[in-house]
Design a protein around this ligand. Structure first.
Ligand SMILES: [Zn+2]
Length: 376
């Protein structure tokens, strides 16, 4: 198809009269597929180059284990060069999150053991036995064992809420009372909970020409939850709020801008209301950077509760885009290195944060949690 576009690309030099030229342009437009539309910006504007973060960074959301690489993760990359790759990007410490427990968690911790100053690892617990009469006892045992092994927090994602079903065949709301032993155990053992139960909002809308994440959903049809069988996005957000509200002793880091980067007003209300809530900005500079004025105000207001994060895994680092977004006033910049941006076809704008806020977001907020004994 690209070939065809090249052949069809027209200029006034290749076509004779202006009328013939216009006719060819109209014909080309009708044949152009969305995936072949890669416009080149003609904007000429100053752009500040960023090659490193202003301060050393704690990346609060990364994946070095089975979540990103499957069970053979130890063969998928070389640990020493992976750590060097992150350090070269100015990252001094990472939270490595995985939904494993027991022996697989033990193996992951041992694998990462050569770099104790670099890794904090979050694990998980088995929720598939939710209806077992001993669920509470089993959960507490798993959490205590994990904690004793060196696990410093818990990770849950949309496998609850949008994947797993209970014995009645129903999806499990994240604020379901049966999950309480997990949140109580996390509070008792000082394990913050990194959680992601479902976003972006567009994944809950039909995959049609109006969907702002159309191409992404075309490429990953299984990411669509636009079906009556699933909880709606607004139900999920209400469940998430109730979870945080009813477990004030448990610290929740709600990944990806609280799962609602499209609506920072709502996230701001949550942060104001619930002191046990933090957000990470992993994989959401696409959302933040398309609303730079709102995002900047949000960062100023909630500067103590936002954690720098990228959702990166070895071999897939995109940190410079984050630094450029947070530190500069650059305009109409890409949010990733992909030729066609993967999370919506738009560009973003930098928010020029002050040094004080950058320090907090880059490492101080994460380290405050560390100092509280909540990380490592
Ligand atoms: Zn992740």
């Amino acid at each position: 198809m690209l070939q065809m576009i090249k052949q069809d690309a027209v200029t006034t030099e290749t076509i004779g009269s202006p009328t013939a030229y216009k006719r060819r342009v109209i014909a080309l437009e009708t044949n152009l597929l969305l995936r072949n539309y890669t416009p080149k910006s003609q904007l000429i504007v100053e752009r500040q180059f960023v090659s490193a973060p202003r301060f050393p960074v704690v990346d609060a959301h990364t994946h070095f284990g089975p979540m990103a690489f499957g069970k053979d993760y130890q063969e998928a990359y070389q640990l020493e060069s992976a750590v060097a790759e992150f350090r070269a990007m100015g990252v001094k410490h990472v939270i490595n999150a995985d939904t494993i427990w027991g022996e697989p968690l033990q193996r992951l911790l041992e694998f990462l053991q050569p770099y104790p100053e670099f890794f904090t690892t979050f694990g998980s617990t088995d929720t598939s036995q939710l209806d077992h009469p001993e669920f509470e006892r089993m959960t507490l045992r798993t959490l205590r064992e994990g904690s004793a092994m060196g696990m410093r927090g818990l990770k849950f994602w949309k496998n609850i809420s949008l994947g797993q079903k209970d014995l009645q065949g129903k999806f499990i709301a994240i604020d379901d009372q049966r999950l309480s032993p997990i949140w109580n155990g996390a509070a008792e053992l000082n394990l913050p909970v990194l959680i992601h139960i479902g976003d972006p909002a567009a994944f809950f809308e039909p995959t049609d020409p109006c969907n702002e994440r159309y191409e992404e959903l075309q490429n990953h049809p299984d990411w669509s939850f636009a079906h009556a069988a699933f909880f709606s996005f607004s139900e999920l957000m209400d469940q998430q709020e109730r979870l945080i509200a009813t477990n004030p002793q448990t610290t929740f880091i709600v990944a990806h801008m609280g799962s609602y980067g499209e609506n920072l007003g709502r996230v701001s209300e949550w942060l104001s209301r619930y002191p046990n809530m933090y957000v990470d900005l992993a994989a959401r500079i696409n959302e933040l950077g398309r609303q730079p004025y709102t995002a900047r105000t949000f960062f100023e207001k909630h500067q103590d509760r936002i954690l720098f994060a990228t959702d990166a895994a070895p071999g897939h680092l995109d940190h410079l885009h984050y630094y450029e977004f947070l530190e500069t006033w650059n305009e109409f910049i890409p949010y990733s290195s992909a030729a066609v941006p993967g999370q919506g076809r738009w560009q973003i704008y930098g928010i020029g944060l002050s040094e004080d806020i950058l320090r907090k977001v880059y490492y101080q907020n994460a380290e405050t949690l560390l100092a509280n004994g909540k990380f490592s």
